[in-house]
Ligand binder design. Structure first.
Ligand code: PBG
Length: 323
C-alpha cells in the first residue's frame, strides 16, 4: 500500500482547495522613491520598472497603485542636500516629509510607511552620526527619534527604522508618545543583515557608505540565534511589527521567527533578489511572472505575513487577472 498524493493534484479545483499558502493583495508593501526637484519621473537603472518621482509627479505612481489595488507603500527619499548630520532627514520640508503629505493628499486611504534611517541623507553614507570613524549608537538615537517624529507629523501611519542602532525602537516609541503620536505604529527592521543583496538599492537611493561598510551595525549573515535576540528586544521595546531582511536567502530565519514569536512578521524581498529575477528574465532564462510568484509564495510560506517587494504593483495586477 502507498498513499496516492496525486489524487489531490488531479485538477485545478482540488489543487486550489488544498493550497496552504495563498497570496493576496493585502500582503504587499510597495517601495516608493521620492526625489527633490521638479517634473521628474526617472527610471532607476538598477531596479527595472521602478522610478524616482518628484513630489509634483507622485500622482502618476499613485494612479498605478490604485488601479493595481496595492494598499500600502514604504517611502524612501532622495534629498538634494546631504551633510554630516543628515539634517534633511528630519527637516519639516524634507523630501520624505513632503512626499508623505502629498501621498496622503492624493490617496488618504493609502497606508503610508516611512523608512527611518540616515544613510540617504548623510554625506558619508552611514546610517548614523560618525564619531572617531565609527557610527555612534547613542548619539544617533536622538536623530533617529527626530526623523520618526517628523515623519509622523507629516502624516505617516507607520515608521520603519532600518538603521540597526541598539535601542532605536524604544527611543522612537518614547518620542512619538511624548508628542501625541500614540497611534503611529513601528515596524522594526529587527533582523537586518549586512547583505550584498542591497547593491541595487544603494544605487537607487544613492546611499552607499563612502568609507568602510555596515558590518559594525547590521547583522552577520551567518547568525540566526542573534536574530532571535534582536527580534525579542524590538518586541520588548515596543515594535508593533518585526522584520527579517533580506528574505529569500533568510527563509530559515523567517520560519524560526514565525515559530518563536506570536507577533506580526514582515519580510523584505530586497533589491538584489528582485534584480536577479529581472536579469534572468531579460536573458530569457526564466518565466518572470512564474518565478516572482513562486518566490513571494515561498516567503509567505516561510512565515512572513507581509512582504515589502518591488514586485508589489505587478503582483497585485497578476492576482487580479487570476480572479
Ligand atoms: C536603509 C535601507 C537599505 C535598504 C532599505 N533601507 C539599504 C542599506 O541598509 O544599505 C535596502 C533595501 C533593498 O535592498 O531593497 N538603511
Amino acid at each position: 500500500m502507498f498513499r496516492r498524493h496525486r489524487r489531490l493534484r488531479k485538477n485545478s479545483v482540488i489543487r486550489d482547495m488544498v493550497r496552504e499558502t495563498v497570496l493576496n493583495r493585502n500582503d504587499f508593501i510597495y517601495p516608493i522613491f521620492v526625489t527633490d526637484g521638479d517634473n521628474i519621473k526617472r527610471e532607476i537603472p538598477s531596479l527595472d520598472g521602478n522610478y524616482h518621482y518628484s513630489v509634483d509627479r507622485l500622482h502618476e505612481i499613485v494612479d498605478e497603485i490604485k488601479e493595481a489595488g496595492v494598499k500600502s507603500v514604504i517611502v524612501f527619499g532622495l534629498p538634494e542636500h546631504k551633510d554630516e548630520l543628515g539634517s534633511s532627514a528630519y527637516a519639516e520640508d524634507g523630501i520624505v516629509q513632503r512626499g508623505v503629505r502629498k501621498l496622503k493628499e492624493l490617496y488618504p486611504e493609502l497606508f503610508v510607511i516611512t523608512d527611518v534611517c540616515m544613510c540617504e541623507y548623510t554625506s558619508h553614507g552611514h546610517c548614523g552620526i560618525i564619531h572617531d570613524n565609527e557610527v555612534d549608537n547613542d548619539e544617533t538615537l536622538k536623530y533617529i527619534a527626530e526623523i520618526a517624529l517628523s515623519h509622523a507629523k507629516a502624516g505617516a501611519d507607520m515608521v520603519a527604522p532600518s538603521d540597526m542602532m541598539d535601542g532605536r525602537v524604544s527611543a522612537i516609541r518614547k518620542k512619538l508618545d511624548e508628542n501625541g503620536y500614540k497611534n503611529v505604529s513601528i515596524m522594526a527592521y529587527s533582523a537586518k543583515y549586512c547583505s550584498a543583496f542591497y547593491g541595487p538599492f544603494r544605487e537607487a537611493a544613492n546611499s552607499a557608505p563612502k568609507f568602510g561598510n555596515r558590518k559594525s551595525y547590521q547583522m552577520d549573515p551567518a547568525n540566526v540565534r542573534e536574530a532571535m535576540l534582536e527580534i525579542e528586544d524590538d518586541i520588548e521595546e515596543g515594535a508593533d511589527i518585526v522584520m527579517v531582511k533580506p528574505a529569500l536567502p533568510y527563509l530559515d530565519v523567517i520560519r524560526l521567527a514565525r515559530d518563536k514569536f506570536d507577533y506580526p512578521l514582515a519580510a523584505y524581498n530586497v533589491s538584489g533578489e528582485f534584480a536577479m529575477v529581472k536579469a534572468a528574465a531579460k536573458a530569457g532564462l526564466i518565466d518572470e511572472r512564474a518565478v516572482a510568484m513562486e518566490m513571494l509564495t515561498s516567503i509567505k510560506r516561510a512565515g512572513a505575513g507581509m512582504i515589502i517587494t518591488y514586485y508589489a504593483v505587478d503582483i497585485c495586477r497578476w492576482l487580479k487577472e487570476e480572479m
